[in-house]
Write a protein that binds this ligand. Structure first.
Ligand SMILES: *Cc1c(COP(=O)(O)O)cnc(C)c1O
Length: 370
């Protein structure tokens, strides 16, 4: 059994992938080619925003979003300590300061009530300037954007939605990646919509931000490539990756339905033995991960490994306790909810084509630890 197995997906669309790649070989526009534009158009429509910008990865998408707001030294960006390192990394990379806010105990997403407390405390006590918030839609479930956006509005902060795990998910009927000023996603192969390499995309309704992002993507270009009006990046998406994504996008809606079914079967089988994921009634998750809590996590993982069932821990070390962020001065005990969850959480195989029989095996092993 694999943690994420996309061989069945590939078999279904292999012909389409060959056809699409072959078109790229024929036209030879390997970078930012017509497939990139077609993908941007389709995904902007899917997410229901005016503009989409394909780029080199989810990490670069976050970086570009912060660059579009001229984030830099002296600025503060708030985020969650319970996420993939990239979310905080990009803030630090631009010389800005990360301020963490603890998570909700049931969704593991940034706690909007605590967010406002931390923002007010920071405004009163820090000499630095609060600029923005990066909420993360962890494991595929949206954070609470109505609350977060109103905190942002009250304190004049931008909001960049880290939807690296939530493409395809919805919040109160609206698609993830459309829930704030800029939304980003990742096409890393294991994400809900993944390519066969690195890729990412930014989404926005703001024309001015869109034009900045287009410029930042290609070395801060102005009128053309050799006219530079700002410092940018090489942040482009390959046409071959867009070609692969166009083939995968055709079956993406079906896969979202399959993911709900897989999650439903896990819930039925596991909810009596573990803390199963809680999805708020106004949310639909894209189930990037199926993550459960159990005090005997390490024993369960050993038992599953023995039976050939792979698991992962997202995330074993909260970001405020990472060596690379030592200088921020956080210590153990600063974010008790995050720390508690990180000790008990682990993720089990999750992908659209996971078989009910395999899920039964997984449930059987876990149910021994009641
Ligand atoms: C995967 C991920 C990223 C980074 O995406 P890449 O495409 O791998 O650079 C950022 N944030 C979160 C929450 C992620 O899960």
């Amino acid at each position: 059994m694999n943690f994420i197995d996309l061989t069945e997906q590939q078999e279904m669309i292999r012909e389409e992938i060959y056809r699409n790649i072959s078109k790229v070989l024929d036209h030879g526009k390997y970078i930012n080619g017509p497939e990139v534009v077609e993908l941007e158009t389709k995904l902007a429509k899917y997410v229901d925003v005016s503009y989409a910008v394909g780029c080199s990865s989810g990490t670069d998408a976050l970086l570009m979003a912060l660059m579009a707001y001229n984030t830099g030294p002296g600025d503060i960006v708030f985020t969650t300590p319970f996420t993939f390192f990239a979310t905080a990394e990009v803030i630090q990379l631009l010389g800005a300061t990360v301020v963490f806010v603890d998570i909700e105990p049931d969704t593991y997403n940034i706690d909007a009530l605590k967010l406002e407390e931390v923002v007010i405390k920071t405004i009163n006590e820090s000499s630095l300037t609060p600029r923005g918030i990066i909420p993360v839609d962890l494991f595929g479930q949206a954070a609470d954007y109505d609350e977060i956006n109103s905190v942002a509005k009250r304190h004049d902060l931008f909001v960049v939605e880290d939807g690296a795990q939530s493409f395809g998910a919805t919040y109160k009927g609206r698609k993830c990646c459309s829930l704030s000023d800029i939304g980003i996603t990742s096409f890393f192969p294991a994400k809900p919509l993944g390519c066969y390499g690195d890729g990412g995309m930014l989404f926005s309704n703001d024309k001015e931000l869109y034009e900045k992002l287009i410029s930042i993507r290609v070395h801060g270009q102005g009128k053309d490539k050799y006219h530079n009006i700002r410092t940018g990046l090489n942040g482009r998406l390959d046409a071959i990756q867009a070609a692969i994504l166009l083939a995968k996008y055709e079956i993406f809606d079906d896969e979202m339905i399959l993911r709900q079914e897989v999650a439903g079967r896990y819930y039925e089988g596991l909810c009596d033995f573990v803390v199963a994921p809680l999805v708020r009634d106004y949310n639909i998750s894209s189930w990037a991960q199926y993550s459960i809590l159990h005090p005997e996590r390490d024993e369960i993982i050993s038992k599953l490994t023995e039976k050939g069932i792979p698991t992962s821990i997202y995330y074993p070390i909260p970001l405020h306790l990472q060596d690379a962020l030592n200088h921020l001065g956080y210590k153990r005990g600063d974010f008790p909810v995050t720390e508690e969850i990180s000790k008990k959480i682990f993720s089990i195989p999750m992908y659209p084509y996971l078989k009910a029989e395999d899920q039964e095996k997984i449930i059987e092993v876990i149910s021994e630890f009641r």
